[in-house]
Design a protein around this ligand. Structure first.
Ligand code: IPM
Ligand code: MG
Length: 385
């Protein structure tokens, strides 16, 4: 870990933190439950108290209230210290373009309501998982970058129109300089604490909004003299992410490009199930895995909970619980390195969602000797589980 995502600060002893929990749809509940186990273990180890306020969003909310984001959910989130979120989405809405309410509307709306303007997605690779990536090993070593995606502007939130005869549709892409500035400052500040490289990914050869992004970033850059800024067209970035990913440190980009590039980047790690994300605003932050609701796996206890658990680690950093956050990350890494993984990672020798949750929890509580080596792993596999 070492590189802190959020501003540094000292933690003064045991803390009480209230967390709004949105289990959501599909595998959202089962992966988030593992994160809660891990959080409770952190609480026991470090004498913190975490309280959970369960609220509805997505298809689960539509089923109960008709609304993908009930007002009570927004109100509850605002009252808590952070939001832990699973996933939203349900197949019954996916193939119905005429559906008026959709689970994803809840996610769009909560981002806007809580003013979560920056979505931060760290991408790391694990040597034990290099074989899962279609890329050659040498390209994967030392990959460590973070995508800063603007989250509440651009084409996602622009005016949407469909002509009366339904043959013409448009989505406006709009950015005000203030929307660019706030996320750019965050990205620059973070780059200062890392390898000091910031790459703005855009389409400035075609889009007016991209030219505004470049202008604003160029204006801000002198405030961060230690950071080297480069500008890359989206098409080149799409290729470079695959051919030479280790060149990147902090990638800054607008909403839709950030969505696409973070999915592309997950291929480097080996499984979409491993990537966490933090969505931050000026007052509140929400933590979630980047994967979706994965309906086919719902209720089967096979989904990978590590993305959610790592997102919980980011939440601990946000609470300035750095030692705690590092321990969670170490616990996940230990499980990966020792083959305690779900089916997406190892189709033959794999463990259930809840077992992985328990193993991470056991590691956090020092119930697993961390110095175990490969030879006694076989024994430990059968004794632990
Ligand atoms: C994400 C997701 C969402 C997005 C979907 C579910 C609306 O893909 O968080 O990346 O596009 O932002
Ligand atoms: Mg996405």
């Amino acid at each position: 870990m070492g590189l802190k995502l959020f501003p540094l600060g000292e933690l003064e002893g045991p803390m009480n933190k209230n967390i709004a929990v949105i289990l959501g749809d599909g595998i959202g509940p089962e992966v988030t439950q593992q994160s809660i186990k891990v959080l409770d273990a952190i609480g026991r180890q470090f004498k913190h108290t975490f309280r959970y306020d369960y609220v509805l969003m997505g298809a689960a909310a539509i089923d109960k209230t008709g609304n993908p984001l009930p007002d009570e959910t927004v109100a509850a989130c605002k009252k808590n210290d952070a939001v832990l979120f699973g996933a939203v989405g349900h197949p019954k809405y996916d193939n119905d373009p005429s559906a008026k309410v959709r689970p994803e509307q809840g996610l769009m709306k909560i981002r806007k309501e809580l003013n979560l303007f920056a979505n931060i997605r760290p991408v790391t690779t694990y040597s034990a998982l290099h074989h899962l990536s279609p890329l050659k090993n040498a390209r994967l070593e030392d990959v460590d970058f973070v995508i800063f995606r603007e989250l509440i502007g651009g084409i996602y939130f622009g005016k949407k129109e469909l002509s009366e005869d339904k043959n013409l549709a448009s989505d406006d892409c709009v950015y005000h300089r203030s929307e660019i500035e706030r996320v750019a400052h965050l990205a620059f500040k973070y780059a200062q604490k890392r390898r000091k490289l910031l790459t703005l990914v855009d389409k400035a050869n075609v889009l007016e909004t991209s030219r505004l992004w470049r202008k604003v970033v160029q204006e801000i850059a002198p405030l961060y003299p230690s950071v080297v800024v480069s500008y890359m067209y989206a098409g080149i970035a799409a290729m470079q992410l695959i051919t030479n990913p280790k060149q990147f440190d902090v990638i800054l980009t607008e909403n839709m490009m950030g969505d696409i590039f973070s999915d592309e980047a997950s291929v480097l790690t080996g499984s979409l199930g491993l990537l966490p994300s933090a969505s931050v605003g000026d007052k509140l932050a929400m933590f979630e895995p980047i994967h979706g609701s994965y309906p086919q796996a719902t209720g089967k206890n096979i989904a990978n909970p590590m993305g959610s658990i790592l997102a919980t680690g980011l939440m601990l950093e946000y609470f300035k619980m750095y030692e705690e956050a590092a321990l969670v990350k170490e616990a996940v890494e230990w499980n990966i390195a020792n083959g305690f993984v779900t089916k997406d990672i190892d189709p033959i020798n794999n463990y259930s969602t809840s077992t992985i949750g328990e193993l991470v929890t056991d590691y956090v509580e020092n119930k697993i000797p961390s110095k175990m080596n490969k030879e006694n792993m076989v024994i430990s596999k059968s004794t632990i589980i």
